[in-house]
Design a protein around this ligand. Sequence first.
Ligand code: PMP
Length: 283
Amino acid sequence: MQIYINGEFFEKEDAKISVFDHGLLYGDGVFEGIRVYANRVFKLDEHLERLYESAKAIDLTIPLPPEKLKEDVLKTVHLNEMADSYIRLIITRGEGTLGLNPYTCKTPRIIIIVDKIALYPPEVYEKGLTLVTVATQRNLPEAVNPRIKSLNYLNNILAKIEAINAGVEEAIMLNSFGLVSECAGDNIFAIRKGVLITPAISMGVLEGITRNVVIEMARKKGIEVKQIVMTRHDLFIADEVFLTGSAAEIVPVIKIDGRVIGDGKPGKMTGDFIKEYHRLVNA
Ligand code: PMP
């Protein structure tokens, strides 16, 4: 495995960074998780755009222009010769002093890892996922905006801990108004009476690349899409629910907080989206 750190490649054992990197000390940095299908990087431009936007929001200047970073990502993918893989692209604030001040860090660190990703077990895609709503609220947009894909994922990890301790794999997170935002690591959608609904970005949601792909797919099929103020009630009474994410792709949900969704089996429209998504990523 060849890991990229600021323009150089290292074997996994030698890919090491300073303990003074503020990415480690404070979770100060941003990242992307991107999929490679049959040697082609899916939606790379969209991921890069979000990466630069996340960086901008935390006043972090990525030390390469997007075109050059894109080149380096592709080079790392090809060097690792994994036709189907997952890219973790990380920008840390870089090495600084032990204080919080990010401006003591002179050079942001760019790290590119290409590896396999452990998806949900295959049966989840056939049988569907069970979710619980957890007590940990999604970050306030006025605090750490969920739109920033930052290295500080403790908010999501706390939610994930609650889900796992409750015996399920994913958590539904509400915002400070008690409204549905998203899951710990995926966006959430519901279908009711043929209309596709998902929480609006202003509810405190990462603008998922897969979320946007699904919205576009739905519009092309002539399905009405509404980005709404979503309550748990909207999920309980939905005909179908599914999650989206680059790693997870599209995952059917069959139970939420003990309520069976639809007829308790992955829905027909969800299945169609999954098929269409696979066509798209392999196109
Ligand atoms: N929400 C959160 C909190 C995430 O971490 C992710 C990515 N794992 C998503 C949504 C899905 O985003 P994308 O489709 O861009 O992978």
